[in-house]
Design a protein around this ligand. Structure first.
Ligand SMILES: C[S@@+](CC[C@H](N)C(=O)[O-])C[C@H]1O[C@@H](n2cnc3c(N)ncnc32)[C@H](O)[C@@H]1O
Length: 260
């Protein structure tokens, strides 16, 4: 009934992504006695319990929605946020590049709103994510998001300045989304196992340069920097073309591996 569970049938408490059209989707839960109000009328969340995912449901004014099981992509786009969060397109590259798999131990900083933490925990469970942030109020938001996703059991939240050190040893990956990643490079080196992965997300190229210089100095290998553009294509018969508007910039991703 949490984000992590694969289900065919909607049960009480299950997450439901109500799809209206390409632009309008609502993330909610099937709960007794509750309704979801939209500008297309309201839907009884009660009546969804027992339906198969993929079923069509109607609002009180007859608007048709499809009840889908949300993916981590859907979930992180809808979480409560107090900070800038990482976009799912960038998370997807990180997860695949780091080779995340069940049982891994990962250090993350900063936690922020916990969007990336949710994605990391989703893929490493029953492993663990140690997530550092200097700001306890951000971590409280992250805690709620992780709890809602049913992923809190796989995360250790730490109110700590990661530039002062990393407590863990022999971890599989260190993943950063914070202002001064270059200051964390020596700590990441000590915390990582041989061949372990370093990843850092930074909005500016100045941060990337400083981080890459430190990575080289430290002895990391296979240093790669990427920027990812995701362009949606509008598909209308006889007029298939890219959407006019897109997200122009999110950030650069720096990857490296520890050589023993
Ligand atoms: C952009 S937010 C991270 C957002 C997060 N990746 C997400 O997807 O929700 C950056 C976070 O880094 C934290 N931060 C900045 N410097 C830090 C440090 N030295 N140690 C730990 N956390 C730090 C900030 O408090 C902030 O919450």
């Amino acid at each position: 009934m949490a984000l992590r569970d694969q289900e065919d049938v909607i049960r009480e408490g299950s997450f439901v992504l109500l799809y209206l059209d390409g632009r309008r989707k609502y993330l909610t839960r099937a709960e007794k006695g509750r309704a979801l109000h939209t500008h297309k009328g309201f839907l009884s969340l009660d009546s969804m319990i027992g339906l198969k995912y993929g079923s069509k449901v109607k609002s009180n004014i007859g608007a048709e929605f499809v009840a889908l099981q949300p993916t981590p992509w859907d979930f992180v786009l809808k979480i409560a946020r107090k900070t800038q969060v990482i976009y799912p397109k960038d998370m997807a590259l990180m997860i695949f590049k780091l080779g995340l798999r069940p049982g891994m131990r990962v250090v993350e900083a900063g936690t922020g709103s916990g969007a990336l933490t949710c994605a990391l925990a989703f893929f490493v469970r029953p492993g663990v994510v140690y997530s550092y942030d200097v700001n306890p109020s951000f971590q409280e938001v992250a805690r709620k998001n992780l709890e809602r996703a049913g992923l809190l059991d796989y995360v250790v939240l730490k109110v700590k300045d990661v530039t002062q050190g990393i407590d863990e040893e022999d971890v599989d990956a260190v993943v950063l989304d914070m202002a001064t990643p270059w200051l964390v490079v020596p700590h990441a080196w000590r915390a990582l196992k041989g061949g372990g992965h370093f990843a850092s997300f930074s909005p500016t190229i100045n941060q990337v340069e400083k981080t890459a210089v430190e990575l080289r100095k430290q002895g990391f290998v296979d240093i790669k920097v990427y920027e990812l553009f995701l362009r949606e294509i509008k598909v209308e018969e006889g007029a298939v073309r890219p959407e006019t508007l897109m997200i122009g910039h999110t950030g650069y991703m720096t990857f490296a591996r520890k050589a023993l």
